[in-house]
Design a protein around this ligand. Structure first.
Ligand code: UDX
Length: 429
């Protein structure tokens, strides 16, 4: 098949590379000239394990360009993967989707299956369909499909090849798009969930909202555990063995971040409000998440006297391991808020970079040892494997103080304590 992927962000690039690997000819379009230049020069603008290798393995079947011109005519499938940022009130800003529709409408000259992968509020794909008609695209030349993605950063390629489901939303009278999508994904053996356009859009939001709810739930339970000297990891283990609950997304910590959860929960909240539905649970989920960092800062103040004159090594800047993404990163927010106390912060992350507008008391170090050197406290803000594997005797020698604050509950407590260090976790008594 000849496929045009619009948007060379994390979803677009992963989708383009996987579809090329499945044997399709893929043209990936992005208006960002710099990004396209990088891709054409053998560089990948984001860090995602395996992505660079997959792109260059399939380089003969992949093209990167700034404009749809010359590519759209040949394509039978168009996949929209552009960003859907938020307005100030949290609702979704569809400006990029809008401009893609404008670009497409003047160029459709043969039948296209237009697939939306961007996360869009319920009703958006219906609106895309109507808008294309209003722009004069004849109904026999296109159909619109909603096919949300469920990729996790850090394991996006694996997640796409081994998807737990492929969700397809179709218009009621659309007879042919399902077979187009099935042909496009042949090679991936995942169950299909076929529903309406609005249904597919809702599945995506409900999934992210439910996962975020699990995280805020365990973070609230951790607060209660702390008060009763109970280890929340034991509670999570006990909960997770119940098949109705499941063990995943019960890791207490600094809270959720990233490009999806914070934005999507707010968008769903606004969607509910637009229909006069009070989103009680969605609000509570966000309140817990928004207050999680304050708890850690308070805890640090209680543990270390004279915080303004201390040096804290913060390990982790990315919103989660195996990515360089810092969008809505709880680690980065923690660094920003902690820096207000005046203490010296030595931050380190294997891939992510601190944003430029940080204060002079925040310095990013290039190795973990440099960050730890003479620190009063080591604070684990992102659960990178590198931090779990640290040699704690060496850490103790490098540090000035003895406090290891494991804000992701990812370390082996005994191993840390055996080296004479003082371990503090999340909701672990
Ligand atoms: C998420 C969804 O998982 C994915 O299906 C969707 O397509 C995009 O959004 P992603 O943002 O890559 O993926 O990250 P994810 O692994 O889901 O983690 C999100 C956040 O929750 C991270 O900040 C992570 O550290 C945090 N988290 C996750 C916890 O705090 N505890 C957990 O138990 C799990």
């Amino acid at each position: 098949m000849n496929i045009c992927v619009i948007g060379a962000g994390y979803v677009g690039l992963t989708t383009a590379a996987v579809l090329a690997e499945l044997g399709h000819e893929v043209n990936c379009i992005d208006q960002d000239k710099h990004k396209i230049e990088m891709l054409n020069n053998g560089e990948v603008p984001i860090y995602e394990p395996g992505l660079k290798e997959l792109i260059y393995k399939n380089y003969n079947y992949l093209t990167f360009a700034e404009s749809l011109d010359g590519y759209i005519k040949r394509a039978s499938v168009v996949i929209i993967c552009v960003g859907t940022p938020s307005w100030e009130d949290g609702s979704t800003n569809l400006c990029y989707i809008n401009s893609v529709i404008d670009d497409l409408s003047s160029r459709i000259n043969s039948y296209k299956t237009i697939i939306t992968k961007s996360t869009v509020p319920p009703g958006t794909n219906e609106w895309i369909y109507t808008k294309l008609l209003e722009k004069g695209v004849p109904p026999h030349l296109f159909n619109v499909v909603s096919n949300p993605e469920f990729l996790r950063e850090g394991s996006a390629i694996h997640d796409m090849f081994h998807a737990d489901k492929i969700v397809i939303g179709l218009r009621p009278d659309d007879q042919q798009s399902l077979s187009v999508v099935q042909e496009m994904y042949s090679g991936i053996s995942s169950p299909y969930i076929v529903t309406s356009l609005n249904g597919a859009e809702m599945i995506k939001y409900a999934s992210n909202a439910f996962l975020a709810t699990k995280i805020s739930f365990i973070n609230e339970i951790a607060r209660i555990c702390e008060a009763f000297h109970v280890d929340v990891s034991d509670v999570a283990k006990g909960l997770g063995l119940d098949p109705r609950i499941g063990p995943q997304f019960l890791q207490a910590g600094l809270g959720y971040g990233g490009s999806c959860f914070p934005k999507d929960i707010k968008s769903l909240e606004q969607t509910a409000l637009s229909k006069n539905i009070q989103p009680h649970i969605l609000r509570a989920v966000q309140t817990v998440n928004d207050t999680q960092i304050d708890i850690y800062i308070r805890k640090l103040r209680l543990t270390l006297d004279d915080l303004p004159n201390r040096k804290i090594a913060v390990l982790g800047i990315a919103f989660k391991p195996n990515t360089d993404d810092t969008r809505y990163s709880p680690a980065e927010r923690f660094i920003r808020e902690l820096s207000e106390s005046g203490c010296i912060i030595h931050a380190y992350d294997p891939k992510a970079k601190l944003d430029d507008h940080h204060r002079p008391n925040v310095i990013q170090k290039t190795t973990v040892n440099e960050a730890i050197h003479e620190a009063d406290c080591v604070f684990i803000a992102t659960d990178w494997e590198e931090f779990k594997q640290l040699n704690w005797s060496e850490v103790k020698q490098l540090m000035k103080g003895t406090i290891i604050f494991d804000a992701r509950n990812c370390l082996n407590r005994e191993k840390v304590e055996q080296c004479g260090l003082h371990y503090i976790g999340v909701g672990r008594g």
